[in-house]
Design a protein around this ligand. Structure first.
Ligand code: MOS
Length: 762
């Protein structure tokens, strides 16, 4: 008999966590691994150049693809001559709507459980054109250069009709069916009447432009058919979603499409299924050869959608103490008739402030452009710009510290639904952030100067909801040599998923982290996760919890009478020190290796679903934060530079401080771009994106990014699996408002249209 060395197993039943069965509490043995800083496990492979990305796979006999994209936004192709392209050196195939196989439209996200398409337009099926940049021909050649050259030789003429674009005349706004399955309208009391009666009020319109995806790795696929089976080496945020969606479009069985995507150079919501996936697969079938189709940077602007533009009204009415009696957030964004991504910018107003009356509502205007899509914190990124700018404007009017004004309006329960918050330690985050930043209430605007530079400080709240999706499953395998493997169809687009799940699994099994292997990024693995909505880490963790429980049952079934664990149930044991121990008696313990070897087993495996998502029903669950920054604005050029940023977050328990800090910092960097640089410029006459390159479309570079300090409450959320909420997207939220508020403090200028370029400050 072996006594358990080390820590005694304890059952931690998170307060209030009630699985659907109501009988099996979540057992957890604390090993202290969660929260330990761990450098990313895939780091060495990336640094050494061993990590292979989608466009780096080489398949036997592979051809290279190049797209020819439309130069009109709306109309028809009247002439299409591919003879010169077909005669060009190295060309093996020129596919157009005349020769492309019949394919079904992609299924966009929100239309089926695994649908992961960006749009439901058919791809290259007829002569109609729906946006400027729609692929009209795909050339396959022996080399990429030959393919590019031949694509330029395709002759296309069009009959163009006037496009509806976000830069041109707006059509009639319509109210969408839903905002990410939430109601579009929320009304508590009569907000307009309360606003009209308020002693203090602000009421302004804020605008944000469209944004395009510029992940460091442009989208690419390398595809090959083996009989009726398709292998897709992909850059994906959901391998299972990609397999399902590609299979659906091609009309083949889902299990015939095998998607691998172990390394992704950034996704941010853009690495979903777009036309290049199905075009490459269709062309590979026609050519009878594997195909690599790597989008150029310009191609990404043409065939991958980004964030839509918004026009938002925020009005706040307050009493003389600064307590909100009315909060209104409404507005309009552009959308295409072929997608369902209504940028839900009114979400933050529903959850952030106590208010006597509340109204939110959104409308959309249809445009003929590439389908807009998800981009980091869709909704909250731009919604917090408007809301948190308005709160700052009210603070100025009230002559109150903007931090104090926010603390004064902290709600006790969700202002829209009335539901209790699962956990909300935003006030603590505000105080900790203010202390770290050295926040003092700014004096009058335009009162601090350093040489040519006006200096200003600003702050804003950050928020992003907790989400968890169906379909979460994991396979856990334990071998007699004391190692474990967790297998999940999860995705790592650079944020550290592998590392976080190694920590979660090791913690669960009572193993050192280095004894755990994480298999992921392959659609044949269990589960159907998406690296989206900041939900994957917690979703996988919930599946690991379920699989661990099933694994413990398997192990207990191997235990013979007369041994330490005989007669114990799953609920009575916990994993500790590479074995199982009775929760009630520390002397009843046996190592995994011993259990397996005695049973003559090399390994034991369990697969389980995390079916229960009850936490989503009863509680209002969100990550929160407080962002502080200092800027300087040149009195000569109007240029804004960000001097420093402090982000103070309340995201529940932090699983791995190294990768969590990186996520939050990365979000803040993207927020700097949102505030000061990013803007998709569309020619309203043609619907053409005119800055489809990283020379003219500006994103922050190293020289634009100051010291960014992040801190967190690290208070476990009692309703969330492993106590953690998402950290992936909240970082971008609040940043644009904090910067705009700091620019106002520096210059006295209130800029309500993003980005804040120097012309607005001269
Ligand atoms: Mo995120 S925009 O849900 O990938």
């Amino acid at each position: 008999m072996t006594g358990a060395p080390g820590r005694r197993p304890v059952a931690v039943v998170p307060d209030g966590w009630t699985p659907r069965t109501g009988t099996d509490p979540v057992l957890e043995v604390e090993h202290g691994l969660v929260g330990t800083p761990l450098p990313r496990l895939d780091g060495p492979a990336k640094v050494r150049g061993e990590a292979r990305y989608a466009a780096e796979h080489v398949l036997e006999g592979m051809l290279h693809g190049a797209l020819r994209c439309s130069t009109i936004a709306s109309g028809r192709i009247t002439r299409l001559d591919t003879s010169a392209a077909e005669a060009a050196p190295g060309v093996r195939l020129v596919m157009t709507h005349r020769t492309a196989p019949r394919m079904r439209p992609l299924r966009p996200i929100f239309t089926a459980p695994r649908a992961f398409g960006g749009t439901d337009l058919p791809v290259m099926q007829d002569d109609s054109i729906h946006w400027n940049g729609e692929p009209v021909a795909l050339v396959l050649a022996d080399t990429r250069e030959q393919a590019d050259h031949a694509a330029s030789l395709v002759e296309v003429e069009y009959a163009a009709s006037a496009p509806r674009t976000s830069a041109g005349a707006a059509a009639d706004p319509r109210r969408p069916d839903h905002l990410f399955f939430q109601p579009v309208e929320v009304a508590v009391g009569d907000a307009e009447a309360a606003l009209a009666a308020a002693q203090h009020a602000v009421d302004h319109v804020y605008r944000t432009p469209g944004h395009n995806h510029n992940a460091i790795e442009p989208h690419a696929v390398t595809v090959g058919w083996v009989g009726d089976d398709l292998v897709v080496h992909d850059a994906s945020q959901s391998v299972a979603g990609h397999a399902w969606t590609i299979a659906h479009a091609l009309g083949v069985a889902e299990h015939r499409v095998h998607v691998t995507s172990p390394h992704v150079g950034g996704g941010f919501g853009g690495k979903t299924v777009w036309s290049h996936h199905v075009l490459a697969a269709a062309a590979a079938r026609l050519a009878g050869r594997p195909v690599r189709l790597a989008l150029s940077r310009a191609d990404v602007y043409r065939v991958v959608g980004g964030r839509t533009n918004t026009e938002q009204r925020v009005a706040i009415g307050a009493d003389e103490d600064g307590r909100f009696i009315a909060l209104i957030h409404t507005g309009t964004s552009s959308i295409t008739p072929w997608n369902h991504v209504v940028e839900p910018f009114t979400f933050p107003a529903r959850h952030m402030y106590a208010t006597g009356a509340l109204r939110t509502d959104q409308h959309v205007v249809d445009v003929d452009m590439i389908a807009n899509s998800f981009m980091r914190a869709p909704g909250e990124a731009v919604g917090t710009f408007a809301l948190e700018s308005a709160v700052d404007e009210l603070a100025e009017q009230l002559d109150v510290d903007p931090v104090e004004l926010r603390l004064r309006n902290e709600p006790d329960s969700d202002p829209a639904s009335g539901a209790p918050f699962s956990a909300r330690h935003l006030a603590q985050a505000w105080r900790a952030g203010a202390k770290r930043f050295g926040w003092t209430r700014p004096a009058a605007p335009r009162s601090r100067r350093d040489g040519e530079w006006w200096i200003g400080t600003g702050c804003a709240a950050a928020t992003y909801p907790h989400q968890r999706f169906p379909g979460g499953a994991a396979r856990l395998t334990l071998t007699a040599d004391g190692r474990a493997t967790v297998a999940v169809a999860a995705n790592d687009m650079g944020m550290g998923t592998t590392t976080a799940q190694a920590v979660v699994t090791a913690e669960r099994l009572g193993l050192p982290v280095e004894r755990v292997t994480v298999e992921y990024g392959d659609s044949t693995l269990p589960g159907a996760f998406q690296a989206g909505a900041s939900a994957q880490t917690v979703g996988v963790a919930a599946a690991v919890i379920a699989a661990h429980r099933a694994l413990v049952a398997e192990l207990l079934a191997l235990v013979p009478p007369g041994t330490p664990l005989a007669g114990l149930t799953v609920d009575e044991v916990g994993s500790v020190d590479a074995g199982l121990g009775a929760l009630a008696d520390r002397d009843r313990w046996e190592g995994y290796a011993q259990i397996l070897r005695r049973a003559g087993r090399h390994e034991v495996t369990a697969v389980a679903d995390a079916a229960d998502r009850d936490e989503l029903q009863a509680w209002s669950m969100h990550s929160f934060g407080a962002v502080f920054c200092q800027v300087r604005v040149s009195s000569v050029t109007g240029e804004t530079r960000v001097d420093r940023v402090v982000g103070s977050y309340d995201c529940g328990r932090i699983i791995n401080p190294v990768t969590a800090a990186s996520q939050l910092r990365g979000g803040i960097v993207m927020g700097i771009g949102l505030a000061l640089m990013e803007r998709t410029v569309v020619d309203g006459r043609t619907g053409r994106i005119v800055n489809a390159n990283l020379t003219d479309y500006h994103v922050p570079v190293h020289a634009d990014v100051p010291e960014i300090d992040v801190l967190w409450t690290d208070v476990p959320d009692p309703r969330a699996p492993v106590g953690a909420r998402g950290v992936g997207e909240i970082g971008i939220t609040g940043v644009a408002a904090a910067i705009a508020n700091a620019v106002h403090d520096a210059t006295g200028r209130r800029v309500r249209d993003l980005p804040i370029t120097l012309d607005a400050l001269l």
